[in-house]
Design a protein around this ligand. Structure first.
Ligand code: ZN
Length: 253
């Protein structure tokens, strides 16, 4: 088993293309996406079409959901980005079948996927679409973290915080710390909570796109440099997306 897992693409075409080119060299047979294909970025249709065409499993992220359920709990920049995305993607009765099919596909995304001892979610096992499991929760919020660990068996994998790493059963978080790649062994009988990071908007201080490859006994994260300047220009050129959404891509925050 070798599954490439991408998450939080956030309509970033250049990052997604770079990641797909990288994983093509990794002899991976399967591709899963843990959600947030859209939001923040300038090219949602491109990312939806690529994931639709290539991912065997795609889960619903909170930004994907916000297209339909509203974004009243989002900050201003995120909410405006949802409005931008909706205005581009929501079909009218007279729209072509391609636009309608794309919209229908996002609406039909599942919240969880289970396979053997692996549970896949966007946010957390307790609240698969919305709850954040932060890198700091192990020591700042141990009760929350223990409750999350009691909500699943085996290995849980998520995205959502855009901070790649692994919480082990002692609630310690292991991060990438700037590495280009990191492989960690999975506990044989125990549990762990894995964050695969973000393809399209990393927030751990490393501006390279991030994804992971899951094998039976290991998880490996990869960082992939991409042309973030092009992505920044496209965001600014929309005239609708906030400047900060472009700037943060340069610093990975
Ligand atoms: Zn996200």
């Amino acid at each position: 088993m070798k599954i490439a897992i991408i998450s939080d693409l956030h309509a970033n075409r250049e990052a997604l293309e770079a990641v797909l080119a990288h994983l093509a060299t990794q002899s991976v047979q399967r591709l899963f996406c843990l959600g947030d294909v859209v939001g923040y970025g300038a090219e949602p249709e491109f990312c939806v079409d690529l994931v639709r065409g290539h991912a065997e499993v795609c889960l619903l992220g909170n930004h994907d959901e916000a297209l339909f359920g509203g974004a009243s709990d989002f900050n201003t920049h995120a909410r405006k980005a949802i409005e931008y995305t909706r205005s581009r993607m929501q079909p009218h009765w007279y729209s072509g079948s391609e636009k309608k099919a794309r919209w229908k596909w996002i609406r039909s995304l599942q919240e969880t996927h289970r396979e053997g001892r692996f549970l896949f979610v966007h946010g957390s096992p307790r609240d698969p679409v919305r709850e954040y499991v932060l890198a700091t929760d192990g020591f700042l919020n141990p009760d929350k973290m223990r409750s999350i660990f009691s909500a699943f068996e085996g290995i849980a994998l998520a995205g959502h915080t855009h901070q790649p790493g692994l919480h082990d059963e002692s609630l310690t978080f292991h991060s990438l710390e700037g590495r280009e790649a990191l492989t960690m062994a999975l506990p044989r009988g125990g549990k762990c909570f894995i964050n695969v990071g973000s393809v399209g908007q990393p927030r751990d201080g490393d501006n390279r796109a991030c994804y992971a490859i899951l094998e039976d006994e290991t998880i490996t994260w990869h960082r992939v440099a991409y042309d973030y300047r092009s992505t920044m220009h496209k965001i600014l050129d929309t005239g609708a997306l906030a400047e900060v959404l472009a700037r943060r891509l340069a610093v990975g925050k």
